[in-house]
Design a protein around this ligand. Sequence first.
Ligand SMILES: [Zn+2]
Length: 609
Amino acid sequence: MKTLVLLLAILSSTFVFSQNRWQQRVKYTMDIDMNVQTNRFTGKQKLEYWNNSPDTLHRVFYHLYFNAFQPNSMMDTRSRRQGTIAMGRGQDWDSRVRDRILHLKPDEIGYQKINSLKMNGRAQKFEVLETILEVDLDKPILPNTKVVFDMDFEAQVPLQIRRSGRDNPSSKVRYSMSQWYPKLAEYDQHGWHPNPYVGREFYGVWGDFDVNITIDKNYILGGTGYLQNANQIGYGYAKADAKVPKPTGSKLTWKFHAPSVHDFMWAADPEYVHKTLNVKDSLTLHLLYKPTNASAGEWEEILKLAERALPFMEKTFGPYPYKQYTFIHGGDGGMEYPMATLLVGPGAWLHEWLHSWYHGVLATNESLFPWMDEGFTQWAEERVSAFLRNDQGFAQKDNYASYFSLAKSNREEPLTTHADHYNTNAAYGAASYSKGAVFVEQLGYITGAEQRDRIMLRYYDTWKFRHPDVFDFIRVAEKESGMELDWYQQYFVNSTKTIDYAFDSLWEEGGKTKIRLKRVGLMPMPIDLHLTFADGSEEVHYIPLDLMYGEKPAESSSPRKVYPAWKWTHETYVVETDKRLIDISVAEIDPSQRMADVERRTNRLVLKK
Ligand SMILES: [Zn+2]
């Protein structure tokens, strides 16, 4: 037994150290027994935990997310506080949460109760701090060792308020089971991340899940993981030629296995319609829906569009690594989980599926870097939507518009803000989704779009199944582009400084036309200046920023003049053309509009003749 444990420890540490940064590892084995009358379930959880860190751990933390759905919880209190902040004509609260938690009755609240917890067979002392379980270990977990936790717990599924729960308001899906089990918090190079649950963003330990769910035999399930006993279950999962036995009792046990994931979600309803589509040998798409708030045709369109989008998605963002993905009707809006999503309607399918790349596989700490998940996903969604529409226009227009109004709102907080601690939901949303998307698109302005696309692929390939942060992303971008890019992080991520360039003056001198540009905003950028002449010809004048120590390749076939770098301390810069001033019809800074200049109307000069 000891030899086996040692061997496993060696195997897992080799795996981790070869990646140059350690990461913890888990294996969950859970047996769940659900009572669909009381909406309560019992759980036995065996958690194997590999401490691959160089640190000795004296305590561990678990998340108990369901405890947020109780009157006066932190989520409830925070939500009601947001309701006191005026936002346009409404309030800043999440319309799904509002003050609903305060009014939950005892059989509508959520809870997770820990009946016992052992480590390596010894009972452990623990304390429930609302949505966090703190366990003070009787013996520390040494570096590069593995321990086994055994937990008995019971839980009540809350009435659907946010993300998880039962009987969601719009479509009465019985169970949307996300954040449903006691989940070990992540410990990484920055230590523990026991974030109390106030409504948003997650971070989990990489590992494998074996989950056996025993539930009323009339319920149809879907979620993270591959169904291991499909031929005993049926419901569209069994092989075509399988003889599915009739269940003998009132319940069925569904056995799921999910390798290399950091969370496990499932959903259940007796009225689900289950459709599947093999989009290639190695991938089956599943769809579970109820034709309530949208028609069967609208739901089933997802599978057709997904099949069409997949080759473009894999080419642009990297290969999807699992054998299965499931679109599930449930939840409230759209929410991503490994190998599956909960969708309240068919509309958000693409966004949520794209989370498989940035949340599912890249798995940044979303609490610290929500924009690296939501923003990157939002950016990718606009690209794939444009592909599906065959639209050659500027796909990220709406993200820029949303960022501009944030930048002018006086509510902007830097992207470094912890997701839970933004002062307003509005600023969190616009920063994480829109400014995050602008970050990626604007990177393409700095490095060139083709190089940016290579950066995104290299980032995925380098950091898949790990937990990259913003520094890791910037390093990949620097290596791929050959440019220094730390300044981009410092200005656009760490600060709320904005970009604004304008024309200062134009004049003729020594047979040339001189154009003086000025930096009005505090954030410096490289400049593409396009000149269009009366005869229809065009010139591109490109001024790199000194901090880049590099220049982007030409992006069009128009003649391009590359200038010495613009020093970030200098407010003005003069460019020149051999053409006469009278021949210039339009001078425009960044006609591609990828530079997030907050005063775009000062970027284009139409010269009167
Ligand atoms: Zn999202």
